[in-house]
Design a protein around this ligand. Sequence first.
Ligand code: SAM
Length: 287
Amino acid sequence: MNSDDLPSLRSALEAHGLWANKALGQHFLLDMNITRRIARAAGNIAGRPVIEVGPGPGGLTRALLEAGAAPLIAIEKDARFLPLLEPLAEWSGGRLHIVHGDALNYAPPYAASAADETPVQIVSNLPYNIGTPLLVQWLKAGPWRGDMTLMFQKEVAQRIVAKPGTKAYGRLAVLAQARCECRLEFTIPARAFTPPPKIASAVVRLTNLAGPYPHLDALERVTAAAFGQRRKMLRSALRALTPGAEDLLRTAGLSATARAEKIDGAGFCALADAWRAICPTESTTKP
Ligand code: SAM
C-alpha cells in the first residue's frame, strides 16, 4: 500500500485552507521520505496496534499506514484537521481511527485489557510543549504500552538518552532508562519542518526493558529532590525530601557527599527503594 496516489500533503493543507498554529506546537513534516524513515525506526508494525499523537496533516499517519499499522489510533486536538484526515481513514480500509481530543487525557481502550494482548506501540512527532509530560505518563503506563518511537526537540532527546556525569543527565534520563532502553536514532534539521522551529529535532526509540523498575512515582520524587539542587551534595539536596537524608543514603549504599549527576540509574532505584521503606505512605503519593 503506497500513499503516493493521494494528493500531496501540501496540496491537502492548501485545499483545506490550513496553516500552522504555533500554540499547539504545530511544525509539520511534509516530506514523505522523512516520515517513512520515522515509521521504519519503529521496526515491524505490520498488523500491530499503534497510537499516534497529533497526526496534523497526516504525513506520519500515511507512513504508518503504509507500514501496515492496524489499528492506528490517531489523537488530534485541533478540530480543523479532522476533515483533512477523514479521506485518509477511508483510504486505510478501516485501519485508521481518528480521535478528536487531548492526548494528555486520553485513556486508550487497551489500558484495561489483559497483559497478554499485543502491546500498543506509540509513534509520534510530538507537539513540543507537551512532549515531556506525555513521555512520563507513558513511562508509567501498564502492560498495554509497547515500545515507543518519538520525535522531540533535540535537546530533550539528548536528556532522555544521557549518561551519568554528563550535562544532559537528569530526571528524564533516570525515569526513561528505568523503564526502557533509550536510543537516539537520528536528528532532523529545523528546515525539514513547515514552518521551521527554532531548533533541530531528534527521534528516540524507547524499547521496554525485560525487568523495568516498578516504582516510578517514588523515583520521580527522589530524582526531583536530588536534581532540584544538582550542584549540592546529596545529603543536602535530599533534605527537601526527608530530614533523614543521611539514613536514606546509607540504606541505599550511596555516599552522602556524592552529587546527583554522578549517580547511575541503579543508584537512584536503590534510593527510591530506601525511601519507600522509610516513608511507605508518602512515597506512593504524588506531591
Ligand atoms: N504529525 C504531524 C507531522 O509530523 O507533520 C504533526 C506534528 S506537530 C509537531 C504536532 C501535532 O500535535 C499537531 O497536529 C497538533 O495540533 C497536535 N497536538 C498538539 N497538542 C495536542 C494534544 N494535547 N493532544 C493531541 N494532539 C495535539
